[in-house]
Design a protein around this ligand. Structure first.
Ligand code: F6P
Length: 552
C-alpha cells in the first residue's frame, strides 16, 4: 500500500542527513552550559524569542544554538513536514491505519473556507452543527429549555471519557471566568460508580440535563454511566418521555444514539475525521458552549484557527508549533529526556496538563512507523504537570536537583483575571524565578560565598542547565485558550511527522477493552467460573469474588 501522507523521499529517521548532523552537533553541545550560552551572546533572548498571535514564546533557555535550530529545521524538511501539513489541510487520509482524514482544523475554519473530504466540502456541515449548538445553548442559558416537569435547567452534566471528557472539563475550568454562574456543571467519566454518585448527589433531577458525549456511542464507561443516568432520572420523574428533555447526545453514531432512546433531533453530530482527543471544539464542546455562550465559543474557535493558519503558513524558523515540536524531538532523541512538564501559572488552567496527556500520549505513544517497522529511536515523551506555584512545593525539587533532565513549558499571563492585591506579581515573580533557577542554577562558589558550611555546599548547589520554554500572553481568554491548544496539537503533529508514526490512531487502548469484556461475565457468574487466564489473573479474579462475597 502507498502511504498517502509522506513523499517517497522520506527515509528512516536515522538515515536522514540532518539526523546524522544533529548527532555530531549533539556531541559538541551536550556539555555546554546555559550560563555560557547566555554569556557568549548578549542577543540570545532576542534571537530565541518569537512573538506571534499575542504569544511571547521564549525558548532561549533551551540547550540549543542557532545551529541546533537550523539542523532541526532541516530535519523537519527532510521528514516531509511541509508536505504532511499540506496533506492534513487538504483532507488526505493521513491517519493511514484507520484510513481517515484528520481534519480538526476544519472545525474552526470560517464559513468562507472550503475544506474537502472525498470531494465534499465539510465546512458548511461544521457550521450547521455550530448553529444548532448555539440555538440549543442559548435555550438552556436563557431558561427557555425546560425539564420534563417544567422546571428550568440549572445543572448540566457531561457524560463521556477520554476526548469526550477531558476537553470539556479542561475548557470549562479554563474558561470558568466567562461562564454563566447560575448554571452548575459537572463531568462524569469514570465507570467507578462513585463518580456518578458524587456528581449527582446534591442535584435535582428535574433541573438536570445530561449531555452524553461519545464519538462511537459504544464506550463501556460512557454507556454504563448514561444508562445509570437514565435510571436516576426516571426514578425522580417516572415518565419515559422525560428522556427527551433531559438527555442530548453528541456522537457520530446516529443508530446507537437512537437505540439508547435519545431523539435524533437532540443529537449533535460530528465526523470520523475528528479524532476523540482533537474534538473539544466540535459538538463535544457543547457543555463548553452552554457554559460560556456561543459568542465566546466562537472566539475560542478563532484562536484555534489563527494558530492553524500560522502553522500552515509561517516559515519553520518562526513557526511556534514547529519549534515546540522540534525541541521535544531534540531532548527526547538526543538528551534521552523521558518527559515534558507543562507548568501553567494560571489556576484556571489546572486541568490543562491532564488534557494534554491524552492529546500527546495517545497521539505519539507509538512503537512502529507508518509502514509498520519497529522504531529504533524514542517516540512520544510523557507529559505531566500541575499549576504553579503548587508544583514548586511538590515535585520541582526533582526538576532542580534530581538526576533526570525534564524540559519544562511555563505558561503565564500578563493580566490576572481575578486581580487581588499583589497576588499576580507574586505569581509571575515565581514563574520567572523558576525558569531562571533551572537555567543558571547556583554554583558551589556562590553557595560558599553566601557563608554555607563546606559539608552543606554540595546539597545547596544547583547545577542548572535545565531547559525550559516560557509562553507569555496578555490574558487568558477563550481566544488565547484556542491558540494554546492548537499550539500543542500541531506540536504533536510535528513530532509525529519526524518520528514517522501515525499520531491519529490509538490501537494501544484496544487490548485492555477486549480483555475486560471477557472478564466481566467471569466476575458476574453465580457459579465459580472456569478461568483460563494466566495464574496471576486467575488468582486476582478468585480473590475479588471472595472479597465481594465477604461484603454480602
Ligand atoms: O479508549 C480511548 C478512546 O477511544 C479515546 O481515543 C476516545 O477519546 C475515548 O476512548 C472515548 O471514545 P468515545 O468518544 O467513542 O466514547
Amino acid at each position: 500500500m502507498t502511504l498517502p501522507s509522506l513523499p517517497s523521499t522520506v527515509v528512516p529517521l536515522r538515515n536522514r542527513p540532518a539526523w546524522a548532523a544533529l548527532t555530531d552537533h549533539f556531541t559538541k553541545i551536550r556539555t555546554i552550559h546555559l550560563r555560557q550560552l547566555f554569556a557568549d551572546d548578549s542577543e540570545r533572548s532576542k534571537r530565541f524569542t518569537t512573538e506571534t498571535l499575542g504569544l511571547y514564546f521564549d525558548y532561549s533557555k533551551n540547550r540549543i544554538t542557532a545551529e541546533t535550530i537550523s539542523l532541526l529545521i532541516e530535519l523537519a524538511e527532510q521528514s516531509g513536514l511541509r508536505h504532511h501539513i499540506d496533506a492534513m489541510f487538504a483532507g488526505e487520509k493521513i491517519n493511514i491505519t484507520e484510513q481517515r482524514a484528520v481534519l480538526h482544523v476544519a472545525l474552526r475554519a470560517p464559513k468562507s473556507e472550503q475544506i474537502s473530504v472525498d470531494g465534499t466540502d465539510v465546512v458548511p456541515e461544521v457550521h450547521a452543527v455550530l448553529d444548532k449548538m448555539a440555538q440549543f445553548a442559548e435555550q438552556v442559558r436563557s431558561g427557555a429549555w425546560k425539564g420534563h416537569t417544567g422546571k428550568r435547567i440549572r445543572n448540566v452534566i457531561n457524560i463521556g471519557i477520554g476526548g469526550s471528557d477531558l476537553g470539556p472539563v479542561m475548557a470549562y475550568e479554563a474558561l470558568k471566568y466567562y461562564s454563566q454562574r447560575d448554571l452548575t456543571f459537572r463531568f462524569i467519566s469514570n465507570v467507578d460508580g462513585t463518580d456518578f454518585v458524587e456528581a449527582t448527589r446534591d442535584l435535582d433531577a428535574e433541573e438536570t440535563l445530561f449531555v452524553v458525549c461519545s464519538k462511537t456511542f459504544t464506550t463501556l464507561e460512557t454507556m454504563t454511566n448514561a444508562h445509570t443516568a437514565r435510571d436516576w432520572m426516571l426514578k425522580a420523574v417516572s415518565d419515559e418521555k422525560a428522556v427527551a428533555r433531559h438527555f442530548v447526545a453528541v456522537s457520530t453514531n446516529r443508530v446507537k444514539v437512537e437505540e439508547f432512546g435519545i431523539d435524533s433531533a437532540n443529537m449533535f453530530g460530528f465526523w470520523d475525521w475528528v479524532g476523540g482527543r482533537y474534538s473539544m471544539d466540535s459538538a463535544i464542546g457543547l457543555s463548553t458552549m452552554i457554559s460560556i455562550g456561543p459568542e465566546q465559543f466562537s472566539r475560542m474557535l478563532s484562536g484555534f484557527h489563527a494558530m492553524d493558519e500560522h502553522f500552515r503558513t509561517a516559515p519553520f524558523e518562526r513557526n511556534l508549533p514547529v519549534l515546540m515540536g522540534l525541541l521535544v524531538v531534540w531532548y527526547n532523541g538526543f538528551f534521552d529526556a523521558q518527559t515534558v512538564a507543562v507548568l501553567p501559572y494560571e489556576q484556571y488552567l489546572k486541568r490543562f496538563p491532564a488534557y494534554l496527556q491524552q492529546l500527546t500520549m495517545e497521539s505519539n505513544g507509538k512503537h512502529v512507523t507508518l509502514d509498520g517497522n519497529q522504531v529504533d529511536y524514542q517516540t512520544g515523551p510523557i507529559y505531566w504537570g500541575e499549576p504553579g506555584t503548587n508544583g514548586q512545593h511538590s515535585f520541582y525539587q526533582l526538576i532542580h536537583q534530581g538526576t533526570k533532565l525534564i524540559p519544562c513549558d511555563f505558561i503565564a499571563f500578563g493580566q490576572a483575571l481575578n486581580s487581588l492585591g499583589n497576588h499576580h506579581d507574586l505569581l509571575l515573580a515565581n514563574v520567572f524565578a523558576q525558569a531562571e533557577a533551572l537555567a543558571f542554577g547556583r554554583t558551589a562558589e556562590e553557595v560558599r560565598a553566601a557563608g554555607t558550611p563546606e559539608w552543606l555546599v554540595p546539597h545547596r548547589t544547583f547545577e542548572g542547565n535545565r531547559p525550559s520554554t516560557t509562553i507569555l500572553a496578555e490574558r487568558l481568554t477563550p481566544e488565547t485558550l484556542g491558540k494554546l491548544i492548537a499550539l500543542y496539537e500541531h506540536s504533536v503533529f510535528t513530532q509525529g511527522t519526524v518520528w514517522q508514526i501515525d499520531s491519529f490512531d490509538q490501537w494501544g487502548v484496544e487490548l485492555g477493552k477486549v480483555l475486560a469484556e471477557k472478564i466481566v461475565p467471569e466476575l458476574e457468574k453465580a457459579d465459580e467460573p472456569s478461568l483460563k487466564h494466566d495464574s496471576s489473573t486467575n488468582a486476582l479474579i478468585r480473590q475479588y469474588r471472595q472479597l465481594r462475597r465477604a461484603k454480602d
